[in-house]
Design a protein around this ligand. Structure first.
Ligand SMILES: *Cc1c(COP(=O)(O)O)cnc(C)c1O
Length: 374
């Protein structure tokens, strides 16, 4: 094996190192300090929202948002069946029921037609997920939310900077949540953010994030809150990343275009789709092979790993997981798509010739499969 190409890797420059070093030297290493404020201000500005609130992770951001809205046992929250488990688990933490809904085959995001069918008297909120960097159909979802009086919490953990008709994710629902895990578009190591235009919601979420401590009477707590704070060290890293976000996203687009140039001519292959109303940030390059079963997909991933290429499978349907067995419904699109999809190395510092190598390895593998069949 002459090289190893990982799926994902953060981009850390001197800017990140300088900011984090500044925090360490200042002694403000915990959850107070100037970088928290700077990061929140800069992030809100980037998304076009009035407020942004840092949290300890994307998962805690979703949980905090739902708790702040008063979502609790007996409520129902609609979530796509194809997403990272955190989206569903954060709903479960509140005691509310996770209602799983199928996705659209092209965008891989939650299907508004299926959302409407799943709405009941108990439905309180929808969590559309902007999967792999493509925004969910927020135009249709917004109409449904208005019609049925539902909250919309955008899960933008994988879609920093993506947009619908020019309007950025995080500003399209009642609130948006982001993740800054190590493999996300912006990283703090671990961390999250809630964005919103609603001042009352923002103040309430901020209060709950800090154990619901009274602002006028220290160490007095009027309800059960959480410690979901981010540290100043994480925020310093995040600030450097958001200052570089446009540069990072333009490299992501280039990476996708390079893969597309070679792979899009191969019949039976589908890469990331972009709707005409959407701006895609290509968090991960998606490759689907028509008709593939889970086993065939695993064989492909194994063959690529022998060439030193790391890939990962699409998320498994949430409804297939044992703890969500009782939420199971018929989601044929999710079940078709997850088996045939993988993500290819997509990180910022990937070299063009490494992309060529991945494409070549794929072409060789697929040609060999065809010969075996033919
Ligand atoms: C990463 C991710 C989360 C959770 O974020 P963490 O920071 O890892 O807690 C939530 N939803 C989606 C779609 C994600 O990809």
């Amino acid at each position: 094996m002459n090289q190893f190409i990982p799926l994902s890797q953060p981009s850390i420059t001197n800017l990140e190192i300088d900011y984090v070093t500044d925090v360490l030297k200042s002694g403000w290493i915990s959850s107070l300090g100037k970088y928290i404020n700077l990061f929140e201000e800069r992030f809100a500005e980037y998304c076009g929202t009035k407020y942004a609130l840092t949290t300890s992770s994307g998962t805690t951001a979703i949980h905090l948002a739902l708790v702040t809205y008063g979502i609790e046992a007996d409520d129902e929250v609609i979530v796509p069946d194809l997403t990272f488990i955190a989206t569903a688990n954060a709903v479960t933490y509140t005691g509310a029921k996770v209602v799983l809904v199928d996705i659209e085959e092209d965008t891989l995001c939650i299907d508004p037609v299926q959302i409407e069918k799943a709405i009941t008297e108990k439905t309180k909120a929808i969590i559309p997920v902007h999967l792999y960097g493509h925004p969910a159909n927020m135009i249709a979802i917004d109409k449904l939310a208005k019609k049925y009086n539902l909250l919309v919490v955008e899960d933008a953990a994988e879609a920093h900077g993506a947009a619908v008709k020019g309007q950025k994710t995080g500003s399209l629902g009642d609130c948006g949540i982001f993740s800054f895990y190590g493999n996300k578009l912006v990283t703090c190591g671990e961390g999250g953010m809630i964005t919103t235009n609603d001042e009352e919601f923002y103040q309430k979420a901020k209060h709950l994030r800090d154990h619901a401590m009274s602002s006028s009477k220290r160490y007095w707590h009027d309800r059960i809150g959480y410690n979901y704070r981010m540290t100043n060290m994480q925020a310093a890293l995040g600030l450097a990343q958001i200052e570089r976000l446009d540069e990072l996203l333009s490299r992501k687009r280039e990476i996708f275009k390079l893969y597309e140039k070679t792979l899009s001519n191969i019949s039976g292959i589908k890469l990331n789709f972009t709707a005409d109303w959407a701006s895609n940030v290509y968090w991960l390059v998606c490759l689907e092979i028509e008709g593939y079963t889970e086993k065939e997909r695993n064989n492909l991933m194994l063959a690529l790993s022998h060439e030193g290429i790391e890939t990962r499978p699409y998320f498994y349907p949430i409804s297939d997981m044992p703890m969500y067995e009782s939420n199971r419904i018929h989601t044929p699109v999710t079940h078709k798509v997850y088996q045939r999809g993988i993500n290819l190395p997509s990180y910022f510092e990937l070299k063009n010739q490494q992309i060529d190598y991945v494409c070549e390895s794929l072409q060789v593998y697929l040609a060999r499969c065809l010969n075996l069949i033919g």
